[in-house]
Structures are given as structure tokens and as C-alpha cells.
Design a protein around this ligand. Structure first.
Ligand SMILES: N[C@@H](CCC(=O)N[C@@H](CS)C(=O)NCC(=O)O)C(=O)O
Length: 228
């Protein structure tokens, strides 16, 4: 049985969606990052990067959400495009683009808009600009084709769903109007029974909601350690 270490944040939710889509049996293990559970030695042995999601599948341990999506897709031979060099190239490119561009820049946009103790216009503008540019690239692609890679719903769409549904938080509610094609994909995925089950999993465990000093110390360690 796969052990799935998760919280209700965007990266774990992509994996929850994929696990639900595949129907693989799994045991959800909540990691409450606002309580600092990601820093416990037992979890660090699974993901030394102290972040969720991670999975343990027999003797395989996988961390980083898009790596887990690819691992589960290869394991089940589901939600992958045909294995041609052309489509494999597109799959890897868009999967890595979401992992290295969409996620981190949208995440930093949320951080500087909502969590940073000072509102720094330069940082807010930089991350909003880049997050918006990345979502714009996806929107342009989705204007030409129904799914991001190939002609069927797959792991890149799931990876996009994890972050794009947070556009109101990352950029602002009004930004949906700029990305109608992306919104079409997000709405289509959100209506899938697997997405409903992934969202239900999020509600099942009572994760800490307060963003107090304990949460800040666990998640924003740079605030107490001066390196520059
Ligand atoms: N590149 C990683 C990023 C994982 C990540 O940033 N996870 C967040 C939740 S979305 C987390 O665990 N945050 C807790 C912390 O930073 O302490 C992935 O794609 O899985």
C-alpha cells in the first residue's frame, strides 16, 4: 500500500488527484507543516527537503510532486501521452516547466502578497509578473489544444490544476478573466469525481489553520536565521 504524505497545499493536492484518478490504494499520512511536522527526523528520512508531498511505495521513496506524478503514471501506464519522441519531449518540457516555473513563481507571488512581513513592491511585482507570464503561456497553449500535452487529459494537466486553481490567491480574483482557456481546464478537472475526492481528503484531517509563530518558525525559517 502506498503511503502518501500530504497536506492540503497545492503540491500535495496534485498527487492526491493522481492517486484518486488511478484508483491505486493508498494510506494518507497527514503532515501538518504549520506545526513543523515536516522537520521531524522520520519525515526527513523520506524527504530531506522537508516538504510535502512524498510517497513511499514498497522500497521506492519519491518526493517532489511532479516526480511523483511521473512515477505513478509510469507505474500504472496511465495519464501519459503516446511514447513517441515528439510527445515524450513535450511531456518532459511541460512537466518541468510547471515544476520549475509555474509552481515556484506562483508560490512566491502568494508569499510576497500575503505572508511577507513587509509589503515589498519590487518583489510583489516581480513574482506577479512572472507568475502571470507563466499562466499566460499555458493559456495560449490551451487556446490551441484541449489538454497541455497530446490529445488526452494527463499528468501535466493535473500538475497545472494544483496551482492554477489558486490564481485568485496568487494574482487576484480579477485575473481569471485573462486566462479563459486555463479556467476551462481547471473547471473541467475540478468537476471530476477524483478531484472531488482529493478535495475531500483535504478536509478529512484537521490541519492547523492559524498562521502563528509556531507556523512561521516551521515554514519561514529564514526569518530567524540571518544568512545575508
Ligand atoms: N518542489 C516541491 C515543493 C514542495 C512544497 O513546496 N511543498 C509545500 C506545500 S505546497 C510545503 O511542504 N511547505 C512546507 C514548508 O515549506 O515548510 C514539490 O513540487 O513537491
Amino acid at each position: 500500500m502506498i503511503k502518501f504524505y500530504y497536506s492540503g497545499a497545492p503540491n500535495p493536492m496534485k498527487v492526491a488527484l493522481m492517486l484518486e484518478e488511478t484508483g491505486l490504494p493508498y494510506e494518507p499520512v497527514p503532515i501538518d507543516t504549520r506545526k513543523g511536522e515536516q522537520h521531524q527526523p522520520e519525515f526527513l528520512a523520506i524527504n530531506p527537503n522537508a516538504k510535502v508531498p512524498a510517497i513511499v511505495d514498497g522500497d521506492a521513496t519519491v518526493f517532489d510532486s511532479n516526480a511523483i506524478l511521473l512515477y505513478l503514471a509510469e507505474k500504472t501506464e496511465k495519464f501519459l501521452p503516446a511514447n513517441t519522441p515528439k510527445l515524450r519531449g513535450e511531456l518532459l518540457s511541460w512537466l518541468m516547466f510547471v515544476a520549475s516555473g509555474v509552481g515556484p513563481f506562483a508560490g512566491q507571488s502568494v508569499h510576497f502578497r500575503q505572508y511577507a512581513p513587509e509589503k515589498i513592491p519590487y518583489a510583489i511585482n516581480r513574482y506577479m509578473y512572472e507568475a502571470q507570464r507563466h499562466f499566460g503561456l499555458l493559456d495560449a497553449r490551451l487556446a490551441k489544444q484541449k489538454y497541455v500535452v497530446g490529445d488526452a487529459y494527463g499528468i501535466v494537466d493535473m500538475a497545472v490544476w494544483g496551482w492554477a486553481r489558486l490564481i485568485p490567491n496568487a494574482l487576484g480574483e480579477e485575473y481569471w478573466a485573462k486566462f479563459p482557456n486555463l479556467k476551462r481546464l481547471v473547471d473541467e478537472i475540478s468537476a471530476r469525481p477524483a478531484a472531488e475526492r482529493a478535495n475531500a481528503l483535504r478536509q478529512k484531517h484537521k490541519f492547523k489553520t492559524e498562521f502563528d509563530d509556531e507556523a512561521r518558525n516551521a515554514m519561514f525559517r529564514h526569518m530567524t536565521v540571518k544568512v545575508a
